[in-house]
Ligand binder design. Structure first.
Ligand code: ZN
Length: 311
């Protein structure tokens, strides 16, 4: 059955101040803003997309910056950590850079033979840098301050915190083409071998964890990648046959989406590679102007008035 999942497509998180979020991800972390649009369900809020040059699947971290929203809390039923793959020999550069920019960092930790260097974004979102054991040949976006020799390459893995392993493991292995490949303590690793990068999900089991609070500094959902609509619709049938509730296909302008809540409580999305971020502005200009879905174009001036100005 051809319904290949190709690792991660994007991850969406919640932030507080738009400007602070924009400065951190574009300047400190050196990602490209590949799209500046609004939350399609709440057009008074931005939706920012950060990634590599083209916003390739597996590199895209997106945010809803809700100004004034309180700080959230990680807990069960959430994606609680995102790790970015970095080039060999770049960790000293990043540690210096984080020091100069007052980024909060934690103790490095070894997992499955790879060293993770944790840090927090300004809202307290858990991120890490990691040198992949595999061959990560992706080239990150470079800026005046972050050259391609240091630029992050995209996602390496994401961690889900759950109370119970089996129901979610079953979704990963039976529906999303992941294989269980290892366990260290209460951390279980799953790999999707249809693709070489952004293809790892860790499940961290914490039976006593309370539910997370999904506001600033926490992840809202994670999206898995499929090639096209045909693969997506086949996968939709398979998800429904497993007894899970799944939405119809929704047009997100830059990809097409389905959503379902996996049994552990994490919101999963299935997103297509098509049509991509250059569908409404040229590659060279991605992210440089506010793009609105057509249903809101008529309200552009009212929307621009309520969105915080970015400098
Ligand atoms: Zn999404």
């Amino acid at each position: 059955m051809n319904n290949k999942v190709l690792g991660l497509h994007h991850i969406t998180a919640i932030a507080n101040l738009a400007q602070r979020n924009f400065d951190f991800y574009t300047r400190v972390l050196g990602l490209r803003m590949v799209k500046k649009t609004v939350n399609f369900d709440d057009p008074g809020t931005y939706h920012f997309y950060y990634g590599d040059e083209k916003g390739n699947a597996g590199t895209i971290l997106t945010f809803f910056p809700w100004e004034g929203i309180g700080k959230g809390r990680n807990g069960a039923g959430m994606a609680t950590e995102i790790a970015y793959s970095i080039p060999k020999d770049s960790i000293d550069f990043w540690m210096d850079r984080f020091g100069q920019n007052n980024v909060l960092t934690g103790e490095s930790v070894e997992r499955f033979g790879e060293i993770y260097y944790p840090f927090l974004d300004p809202d307290g979102l858990n991120l890490s840098l990691v040198l992949s054991k595999g061959n990560d040949e992706r080239t990150g976006w470079s800026t005046n301050e972050v050259s391609k020799d240091h630029a992050t390459k995209g996602f390496h893995n994401s961690t889900l915190t759950l109370r119970e392993l089996d129901p979610t493991a079953k979704v990963l292995t039976e529906l999303l083409d992941y294989k269980h490949v290892g366990q260290e303590g209460n951390r279980f690793r799953f790999i999707n071998e249809n693709i070489d990068t952004a293809n790892i999900i860790d499940i961290l089991i914490d039976e006593n964890s309370s539910r997370g609070i999904n506001t600033a500094g926490t992840n809202h959902h994670i999206a898995f990648r499929v090639k096209n609509d045909e693969d997506q619709m086949e996968l939709r049938e398979k998800i429904m046959s497993s007894g899970l509730q799944v939405t119809p296909q929704i047009d997100r302008d830059y990809f097409h989406s389905l959503y379902f809540r996996e049994p552990g409580g994490v919101l999963f999305e299935i997103a297509t590679e098509n049509p991509g971020f250059d569908v409404d502005e040229p590659l060279l200009e991605l992210g440089s102007s506010l793009k609105l879905p057509k249903q809101y174009e008529g309200q552009r001036s009212a929307i621009e008035k309520v969105l915080p100005k970015l400098t």
